[in-house]
Design a protein around this ligand. Structure first.
Ligand code: PRP
Ligand code: URA
Length: 209
């Protein structure tokens, strides 16, 4: 069974409240999503392995640590996942970015794929799939399955807001994928929107609707 990490740092919770507020406009919404994503990136990389190196400071030789292990990849689920990419790249500038285009059919709620472009060495990277919302879990499950089919072996999922239904769906289909999430809300409504949630993440990021 995969682990669910609820990242309830005070700064994350504070910014999430502003993000949820319906009076927050697209410009501020985008900035806040980027800031929270940076904080999530900090938390999700806590377990990255380190190796010792020897360097020369202006004062003396010193044994210090640098990142070791596999290279990283960030995989936003389009469109709303795009809003999280810059925050992650700020902390992980060497990561490559793959894109998966999915939208949730409003009638069936089934995710429809329209784009997929991943780094060619996806099987050698630790991949972080990012999407602000984990509602039914259909989109995250489909995206994770796509990248597994392309050879990905190490995947984490990072979301801003989820709900018990979405978490259960991902844990059932992908028990090897740990989930990092800023808030687990109460439930889904009849239109499969998260309650209380933040509304439609893609529309709020890009001012559509
Ligand atoms: C939203 C969100 C997730 C998905 C979550 O995307 O960004 O990808 O819904 O819902 P689910 O867990 O029930 O699949 P949407 O389909 O609205 O597309 P968009 O990002 O292009 O707006
Ligand atoms: N997608 C969103 O953008 N918001 C929700 O609450 C559910 C799915």
């Amino acid at each position: 069974m995969s682990k669910v990490h609820e990242l309830n740092h005070p700064l994350i919770q504070h910014k999430l409240s502003l993000i949820r507020d319906k009076n927050t406009g697209s410009k501020e919404f985008r900035e806040l999503v980027k800031e929270v994503s940076m904080l999530l990136a900090f938390e999700v990389t806590r377990d990255l392995p380190l190796e010792e190196v020897e360097i020369e400071t202006p004062v003396c030789m010193a044994k210090t640590k640098i990142l070791a292990g596999r290279k990283l990849g960030i995989v936003p689920i389009l469109r709303a996942g795009l809003g999280m990419v810059d925050g992650f790249l700020n902390l992980l500038p060497a990561a490559k970015v793959g894109h998966i285009g999915l939208y949730r059919d409003p009638e069936t709620l089934i995710p429809v794929e329209y784009y997929c472009k991943l780094p060619s060495d996806v099987n050698e990277r630790d991949l972080i799939v990012v999407d602000p919302m984990l509602a039914t879990g259909g989109s995250a499950n489909a995206a994770i399955q796509f990248i597994k089919d392309k050879g990905a072996q190490s995947i984490k999922l990072v979301c801003l807001i989820g709900c018990p239904e979405g978490l259960a769906a991902v844990q059932k289909m992908h028990p090897d994928v740990d989930v990092y999430i800023a808030a687990i809300d109460e439930k889904l409504n009849d239109h499969a929107y998260i309650v209380p949630g933040l509304g439609d993440a893609g529309d709020r990021l890009y001012g559509t609707k």
